[in-house]
Design a protein around this ligand. Structure first.
Ligand code: BG6
Length: 475
């Protein structure tokens, strides 16, 4: 049979966003401040993300805050969803901002205005037959939980998250089937402020924070399945296919060491339901002692996720030879891979690495896979009429989708969804820039917050529309 460019019937094509990066209206509708609201824009942001002195206040004298305005999806959602529908989206991945529902994170009652906003957005999606996929926590923990409780290393956050998850699940379970708990949970291993909502305090605190998120995620999964066993709850991690630079067995061991901790540790727990032996040994060897409560491990075991989702932007190469050049700008560091080109931000573009990732993940876990982010951050140059010929973006996506197709049809992977990141231009998470664009839809807004906010279809808009209409055959 000819399986060329064939995707399974009902494949969920779509796009992905996060509340803090595109809603704007950061202080409207009863919303409290989140960690994203105190994260300044600019290229230095990434340095502070993993540092011990992350600012916890808005400091307008010294910084700008592009997340505050986002692209104003809060007010433009109808127009934007109409454009997603025009592209033929089957699903739309968005997050609920926890602080729109519980402004301080520890409030006793939810903010109805926040719930109503998301209900309006969900209804608008359903009007066009677009399935919402909702991330419960995407780099936007309420700021008060950092200031008063010290972030995720504090056990109390588990109960606050449980209340939040129960509130949104009870409200939306009849309208939303697909859920994700924590975005890119594995970035917490390195103490990312966005993930664990605390200053980087080292491995002991980071792994404790992650333990609390595993428990919180299982509680959310339990609640979802109690409401309706058909709901699908997934985990979400960032995946970087790892290569050994050469065949030196020492290099292979170094690569595998890094690979299992970064790419597998969180998935092992969230999909298989238990701490893997290599992690227990690692904790022991590094004097990490986790406070684990009596029922935690049983809860994690009994409530694993239904599917595994991951973001994929680049691969990384590990070398044990100090003379090899490092991969400047690659989010995961590593050594420059001589076979790959990098994006303008140094992220090494590797479509075949996505096929490798899909195969590795499916062979290891055997659960359905959802690619929840992928894409090319690039500088777009509109002409005077706002035409944008983003052939570079089309090329990137085409190559990656082509490898997905091989993973499905040649390797037997069960992949059911693909939501490229920033389907409409939005604020970059790592740099806070608008100029790092991923969208099929251009938003007229620059890094200084200037622009009309008008939306324009890029060339890739029509390309993706045709791709979805043909279920991948027009590739
Ligand atoms: C992922 C995040 O790391 O990558 C998104 O889940 C983020 O929030 C995306 O925006 C792209 O990264 P960046 O830094 O280019 O915005």
């Amino acid at each position: 049979t000819d399986n060329t460019h064939h995707f399974p019937d009902g494949f969920l094509w779509g796009g992905a966003t996060a509340a803090n990066q595109f809603e704007g209206a950061y202080d409207q509708g009863g919303k409290g401040l989140t960690i994203a609201d105190v994260s300044p824009g600019g290229k230095d942001r990434i340095k502070t993300l993993f540092s011990a002195d992350y600012p916890l206040e808005i400091d307008r004298a010294n910084y700008t805050y592009p997340n505050h305005q986002g692209i104003d999806f809060y007010h433009c959602y109808k127009e934007d969803i109409a454009l997603f529908a025009e592209m033929g989206f089957k699903t739309f991945r968005m997050s609920i901002s926890w602080a729109r529902i519980f402004p301080n994170g520890d409030d006793l009652t939810p903010n109805e205005e926040g719930l109503q906003f998301y209900e309006n957005v969900i209804d608008e999606l359903l009007k066009y037959g677009i399935e919402p996929t909702i991330t419960m926590s995407h780099y936007e923990t309420p700021l008060n939980l950092v200031k008063q409780y010290g972030g995720w290393k504090n056990r109390q956050l588990v109960a606050f998250f449980e209340t939040y998850a129960r509130t949104i699940l009870e409200r939306f379970h009849k309208k939303v089937t697909y859920w994700m708990t924590f975005n890119e949970i594995n970035t917490g291993i390195g103490g990312s402020f966005f993930s664990v909502a605390m200053r980087n305090e080292g491995p002991q605190a980071n792994f404790q924070a992650l333990h609390h998120q595993f428990v919180a995620s299982s509680l959310a999964t339990k609640i979802a399945h109690e409401l309706n066993p058909e709901l699908k709850v997934g985990c979400m991690s960032i995946y970087a296919t790892m290569y050994a630079y050469d065949s030196n067995p020492e290099t292979v061991v170094a690569m595998k060491d890094r690979n299992r901790m970064f790419n597998y540790f969180c998935n092992d727990i969230q999909v298989r339901g238990e701490y893997p032996s290599y992690a227990l040994r690692y904790f022991e060897n590094n004097d990490i002692e986790l406070a684990i409560e009596a029922d935690d491990l049983a809860l994690i075991k009994e409530h694993p996720v239904d599917y595994l989702s991951f973001s994929y932007y680049m691969s990384t190469t590990i070398s044990t030879n100090p003379e090899h050049a490092s991969a400047e700008g690659n989010f995961f560091g590593g050594t420059k891979n001589p076979y790959l080109k990098a994006s303008e931000w140094g992220w090494e573009i590797d479509p075949i690495g996505l096929r490798v990732a899909l195969g590795d993940l499916y062979e290891r876990y055997g659960v359905p896979l959802y690619i929840s982010e992928n894409g090319l951050g690039a500088i777009d140059k509109p002409d005077g009429d706002f035409n944008i010929d983003d052939d570079y973006r089309i090329a990137y996506l085409r190559q990656h989708i082509s490898e997905m197709e091989k993973a499905i049809n040649l390797d037997g992977v069960d992949l059911f969804a693909y939501t490229p990141w920033g389907c409409i231009d939005l604020v970059s998470a790592s740099t806070g820039e608008m100029s790092k664009r991923y969208g099929f839809i251009y938003v007229d807004l620059d890094d200084q917050g200037q622009g009309t906010l008008a939306r324009y279809k890029k060339k890739s808009f029509n390309w993706y529309q045709a791709l979805i209409a043909s279920n991948g055959r027009s590739l």
